[in-house]
Write a protein that binds this ligand. Structure first.
Ligand SMILES: [Zn+2]
Length: 293
């Protein structure tokens, strides 16, 4: 499932072909993603210019010249693919030339930038929604989200307040989108290893009893930001590579420290621990029992 760095990589890839460009043609091949596509989806997009493409947590938010906003989510398996119309054998029908993908290409945007963007989602948990810009603040998908981890609003004071008295595990608390937006299984594991904190600790141990930050809170905030920044940087380099190949956005080679590395040595110099896998709230957790305690 894509997490924040992957979505940010997708945003950057799409921004370069969408921002300032007009939807010249929109094709909706299947109306049923996680929810049905908005009413008059094609008509509301065609002819509009994308003024800006933002991201909030794992949502992509395209501001349109019509004063509407297109909110997009990749769900479990969604991906975007960018192709160039110029020089293609069959302009406008490029997707038929890629049978392995055409089956799941639900939505295709032809942009005035000459890019053809297809949204492909085999499991159909992704979504697209149109709302008025004036209603964006109170949009229910976004209003319940916690602070954006790379923003200024996410700091040790805020995190300590959110974790105060929390009896759930640190892993479960950090996976909660109301506490930090956009973190998932992978980057929670990675950040906890970087901060030397055990995923099984009570979340409240990363704050004082009064909900003030302690040394652990500061370590954790720094680790979360560093892990995400590194992953976004890795995504940026993969974006350049993908551009030269098939135009797929967002799937890149990771170098995880603990995630999916059960039985392998801990990468922390001098630690000597072996990465362990446990199950918490139904999801795999990977950590080093030696340095994360
Ligand atoms: Zn270790």
């Amino acid at each position: 499932m894509p997490e924040l760095p992957e979505v940010e990589t997708v945003r950057r890839g799409l921004a370069s072909v969408m921002e300032g460009a007009q939807f010249t043609k929109v094709e909706a091949h299947r109306g049923d993603l996680r929810w049905p596509l908005p009413k008059d989806f094609v008509q509301r997009l065609e002819g509009q210019t994308v003024e800006r493409l933002d991201r909030r947590a794992k949502y992509l938010i395209a501001h349109l010249s019509s004063d509407e906003v297109l909110i997009m989510h990749l769900g479990m398996s969604g991906s975007f693919r960018v192709a160039r119309r110029r020089g293609m054998q069959t302009p406008g029908h490029y997707y038929h030339a890629r049978p392995s993908h055409s089956l799941h290409d639900h939505v295709v945007f032809q942009m005035s930038s000459d890019a053809v963007i297809s949204f492909n989602d085999p499991r159909r948990f992704g979504m697209m929604k149109l709302v008025r810009r004036a209603d964006l603040e109170k949009e229910s998908l976004l209003s319940a989200l916690g602070p954006e981890p790379l923003g200024k609003a996410f700091n040790s004071i805020v995190l300590a307040r959110l974790l105060k008295g929390k009896k759930t595990s640190l892993k479960a608390a950090l996976s909660d989108q109301k506490i930090v937006a956009g973190l998932g299984n992978i980057y929670v594991c990675e950040a906890l290893h970087r901060a030397r904190l055990s995923p099984v600790w009570r979340a409240s141990s990363v704050a004082t009893r009064l909900g003030r930050p302690n040394e652990r809170t500061r370590e954790l905030v720094a680790a979360i930001k560093a892990v995400l920044r590194d992953a976004i940087a890795a995504g940026g380099s993969s974006l350049r590579n993908h551009r030269r190949t098939d135009g797929a956005l967002g799937d890149f080679q990771h170098n995880f420290r603990v995630y999916d590395r059960a039985g392998k040595p801990c990468p922390r110099r001098g630690c000597g621990g072996i990465i362990k896998r446990i199950v918490q709230t139904g999801r795999s957790t990977f950590f080093c029992p030696v340095c994360q305690k």
